[in-house]
Ligand binder design. Sequence first.
Ligand SMILES: [Zn+2]
Length: 59
Amino acid sequence: MASAPRSDEMFDEFLSQRGHEVDDVGWEENYNKKQCPDCGGLHGSAASECSVCGWTPVN
Ligand SMILES: [Zn+2]
């Protein structure tokens, strides 16, 4: 009689897993510049790769 359904618990777990699906690796933005997430180097908006460490965004 006092037993609560467990479905809410499972649903929370499902939501938290979906919340971590974002794994796109792209430029960080810092003061209107692109910042390499790997080495932290700043580049202009036209940059397509990091000239410091050679990192490129994953599309
Ligand atoms: Zn870099």
